[in-house]
Ligand binder design. Structure first.
Ligand code: ADP
Length: 484
């Protein structure tokens, strides 16, 4: 579980709030019940006390204890009602005391008398504890023709205490269960509510400059999420239009530049061929202009290739390609260029393997990687093309013993127009687009390219192709190449 996630934090707050609410409701219930039970008992004691008061007030001036006891036993029946009754006449003569209650919840003889002077207030309420039993006792002082009396009426708090204990136990058990259920339910609910956002981010992940037509699902929720998905789609629409415009501009510009460049190059070559009377200095200048035009032509054709690849032309054709045969044939074509520079070119294809793709584009991958390997390896070095296949797909590797790439530059070699050593690349005609083209073709074929290199020791470029599939893949997002 991700503790920093929105779902977790929302569920946590929800649980805390719900837990606090449950605790407050539980406390309120407990306090309310406590008040209700105590006030009912107080009322009941008060009523009984009034009955005793009536008995005493109705008596004549001289009334015997036996008569009072009989009247109380008959009209109040304290033993049967589990009540405690004690009547004392001033200055301290015990007139009546009830017997043990039917439920044996307390011992009437053990209830301590009110110490000191009788209360000034007519009614005094107290709670006494007799042998671990709590009793609520009301003491009422009355003046009658037969004298001043103190009537004490009490009842055990055992049943109220028992009820409260049971309620506390129930709340103690129920509260954690409710909080756990609320936490689990809250987490599921928040996750469910955030599922549309997940859907949005999954689709957003698939967006790439290669497929500017992809749109996010519009959530018909009528709230901020719906407005967000519509706003994002509008933004994607505008972005897509501007990407398409710049791709079209680059393709058009490259295409338009090609014809005048070819004409200029042809004219310059013609000029050099017919340069009989030309001063050597002018000849040299024309020669160097021709070199620049060559470079420009290379740059323009690279840009045109890239813009075509960006427009989704990397897989115009889709057939089964024998990768080892393609590697052997391409290496053979480039052998002359390598041997001219004194570089040995080797091919290793130990296993037969096929992949699905556009043969012309796949060949361009091998040509560009080999071209770089040959250009950046000095005389006496070697370049090896290796193709292997297995259940997980095919592997194409181009290994050289050349100058290598410094560690700091390795993450950037696939960037457009990036060259490690600009002066050296310019010398051998590089425009910094070769590896970008390779990467774009790889992405369109569902392959990943990795570069390993050590400055001064050589480089190894590895392309991992997925297993053969004869259906053209849907446009995949551009993954950053793996570098090590
Ligand atoms: P360029 O057309 O300039 O070679 P690339 O995109 O093919 O552009 O390569 C980018 C840079 O990566 C090159 O300028 C070069 O410095 C470096 N590079 C590519 N391949 C190799 C290699 N096999 N050995 C050494 N450096 C390489």
């Amino acid at each position: 579980m991700n503790h920093r996630s929105l779902a977790f934090r929302l569920a946590l707050w929800y649980t805390l709030l719900l837990g606090a609410t449950f605790a407050l409701v539980g406390m309120g219930m407990f306090y309310g019940l406590d008040q209700y039970l105590h006030s009912s008992l107080r009322d009941s004691l008060r009523r009984r006390s009034l009955q005793v008061e009536q008995i005493l007030e109705q008596g004549q001036a001289v009334v015997s204890s036996a008569q009072i006891s009989d009247a109380i036993n008959t009209r109040v029946s304290p033993d049967f009602n589990n009540r405690f009754v004690r009547v004392t006449r001033a200055p301290g003569t015990l007139i009546y005391r009830s017997g043990p209650p039917a439920d044996r919840s307390f011992d009437p003889g053990a209830v301590p008398p009110i110490v000191g002077t009788w209360p000034d207030d007519t009614v005094v309420r107290r709670t006494v504890t007799v042998r671990n039993q709590r009793l609520m006792v009301n003491a009422t002082r009355i003046d009658t023709p037969s004298g001043r009396y103190l009537i004490e009426l009490g009842s055990s708090l055992q049943s109220i205490d028992g009820l409260q204990d049971r309620l506390l136990a129930l709340l103690g058990l129920l509260l954690p269960v409710l909080v756990i259920c609320a936490a689990g339910g809250g987490y599921l609910l928040v996750n469910w509510a955030l599922r549309p956002v997940d859907q949005l981010s999954q689709t957003a992940d698939q967006l790439s400059l290669q497929d500017v037509t992809l749109r996010l699902p519009t959530l018909r929720s009528g709230d901020a999420l719906e407005r967000l998905s519509i706003a994002l789609n509008n933004m994607l629409e505008r972005l897509g239009r501007s990407v398409q415009n710049s791709q079209r501009f680059l393709a058009d510009a490259s295409h338009e530049l090609r014809t005048p460049l070819t004409v200029i190059k042809g004219e310059l070559q013609e000029l050099l061929r017919a340069s009989g009377g030309m001063a050597p200095e002018v000849r040299d200048r024309v020669g160097s202009v021709l070199e620049e035009v060559d470079r420009l032509e290379h740059l323009v054709s690279g840009s045109l290739s890239l813009s075509r690849l960006d427009a989704g032309e990397a897989t115009r054709e889709w057939v089964e390609v024998d990768l080892p045969a393609l590697a052997r044939a391409t290496a053979e074509q480039m052998r002359l260029m390598a041997e001219d520079r004194g570089i040995h070119i080797g091919v290793e294809t130990p296993t037969a393997t096929s992949i699905g793709g556009d043969p012309a584009r796949l060949k361009q991958i091998i040509v560009n990687l080999l071209d770089n390997a040959i250009r950046f390896t000095s005389t006496g070095g070697s370049v090896t093309v290796r193709v292997t296949g297995g259940a997980e797909g095919s592997l194409l590797q181009v290994v050289d013993t050349g100058s290598g790439i410094p560690e700091a530059a390795l993450p950037r070699v696939f960037d457009r127009f990036y060259r490690v050593d600009e002066a050296r690349s310019r010398e051998n005609g590089g425009a910094g687009l070769g590896l970008s083209i390779v990467q774009a073709i790889c992405t369109a074929h569902g392959a990943r390219i990795e570069a390993e290199s050590r400055a001064g020791e050589g480089s190894c470029f590895t392309v991992r192709f997925p297993p053969l599939r004869l259906a053209r893949p849907v446009a995949a997002p551009v993954d950053p190449p793996l570098k090590s």
